[in-house]
Design a protein around this ligand. Structure first.
Ligand code: 2M8
Length: 421
């Protein structure tokens, strides 16, 4: 591979600085003008490579938006911006949390990055980790109270998965009738090509689900009782499992009683087992209302190693998928008729998912696979820039440009100079 890694490192740092809005980082200028939950946690991982203090601040700002019930919103609106829809008025979350926000959460990667950031300098991070620990614990408790179905972690809106239009939700989305959704104006398609974004069919349902939550005053018990959309997501389950293990490590190191966290880990391991689809020979999403599997081999299934599961059954799927498109990992099975290489979470490859999959593989002793994935992700970014996502068939950059999490993953993991901690 011919690349000037030093120059790319500098460009990645520049992107993180440019997207810094003072205490928090936006995913990219224009398309996403607010603080997004898991984007910020990845940003902190990247920032930690050159500015540890700023990395801590990123996580602290994210947790400053935590609701009293423990939920950490997927979007925090520190400053209004007409360039994004839906804004806080549509969510109707006024008075629920300390910062205007959405009413749902996102994959809880934060505790895992807190552990890594702390490991870079435990003395400097001591007070900060002690202050963050109870907040992370209460967020994880919220997941176990409101999103767990026997330890399998569910989403109540596709945006909660972070994999918005993944085919994993097609069955559950088809069960929704977005009646009376009303007129609204999307902003995303003013920033990027509509072919790379979710369709109107998807958006009608996204907005309708927001209206549903708003109608119920974001009351978790009421939403659960009516649950028009509730799907167990392997991605969230494995990510929470990883985060819970990291929380246990943090808690133990600062002298906390971690017995409850241990019980949650055991529950999540049981829940993860229920997401194994024997017919598909893969982990798979399951619709809680109908009990049916989605029948999707998505990139989330490859997060089993990140979740700390010692499971070699997914190796067959990695070999099969890489045989069609060598790697990095596409968001949806390239042999499926639903695979769409440019449309967002229905085919493109994402640096963040590759980083989670790769670090998980490394942890599981699959070093050769992890190394391959890391080198191929690096090559993809070096050749095509710091895009939001990439067409896995030819590397074409797609979505937004100068993207925070792609830059962060470059600095922390993909770059030949990365410390990978
Ligand atoms: C995408 O999601 C937002 C809604 O949350 C959108 O499309 O408007 C997803 O890729 C999500 O995972 C990500 O956190 C967000 C910002 O990068 O964009």
């Amino acid at each position: 591979m011919t690349m000037d890694a030093g120059m790319l490192d500098e460009r990645a740092r520049e992107i993180l600085r440019q997207n810094d809005r003072g205490g928090y980082t936006v995913p990219t200028d224009g398309l996403y003008p607010y603080q997004w939950n898991w984007d910020s946690a990845f940003a902190a991982w990247g920032l930690a490579q050159f500015d540890l203090d700023r990395a801590w601040t990123e996580i602290e700002t994210l947790l400053s938006g935590q609701w009293p019930n423990g939920m950490v919103p997927h979007i925090l609106v520190h400053a209004p911006d007409p360039g994004y829809f839906p804004g806080p008025d549509v969510w109707g979350t006024d008075g629920h949390g300390p910062v205007p926000s959405s009413g749902i959460s996102q994959p809880p990667v934060a505790a895992s990055f807190v552990r890594r950031i702390w490991d870079r300098d435990r003395t400097a991070g001591d007070a900060r980790v002690r202050a963050l620990y109870p907040k992370l614990l209460s967020w994880h408790r919220w997941f176990m109270e409101w999103r767990s179905e026997d330890g399998a972690i569910c989403i109540t809106h596709p945006w909660e998965a972070g994999r918005d239009n993944a085919p994993d939700w097609d069955g559950a989305m088809a069960g929704l009738d977005p009646v009376d959704v009303g007129a609204y104006t999307r902003r995303d398609t003013a920033h990027v090509n509509a072919d790379m974004r979710p369709t109107k069919y998807d958006y009608d349902r996204y907005v309708w689900l927001v209206q549903f939550g708003k109608r119920l005053g974001w009351d978790e018990a009421a939403m659960r009782a009516q649950a028009p959309f509730r799907v167990a997501d392997p991605g969230r389950t494995f990510i929470l499992l990883a985060a819970m293990r990291d929380l246990a490590t943090l808690g133990e190191a600062i002298g906390e009683d971690i017995s409850q966290v241990r019980r949650w880990i055991a529950a999540l391991e049981d829940g993860a087992a229920t997401l194994w689809n024997e017919d598909l020979q893969s982990y798979d999403a399951r619709d809680i209302r109908t009990g049916t599997f989605a029948g999707c081999v998505s990139n989330a299934a490859f997060l089993c190693w990140c979740g700390g599961l010692d499971d070699d059954r997914m190796i067959g799927q990695v070999n099969r998928v890489w045989n069609v498109i060598r790697c990095p990992v596409p968001s949806h099975d390239p042999e499926s008729p639903r695979f769409d290489p440019r449309r967002y979470w229905r085919g493109p490859t994402w640096a963040i998912m590759n980083a989670l999959i790769g670090t998980g593989m490394e942890q599981a002793g699959l070093g050769d696979y992890a190394g391959q994935l890391r080198r191929d992700t690096a090559e993809l970014i070096a050749a095509n820039g710091f895009a939001e996502y990439f067409d896995p068939t030819d590397g074409t950059p797609a979505g937004g440009g100068s993207f925070t999490w792609t830059a962060a993953v470059w600095l922390a993991w993909a770059s030949p100079n990365a410390g990978r901690g």
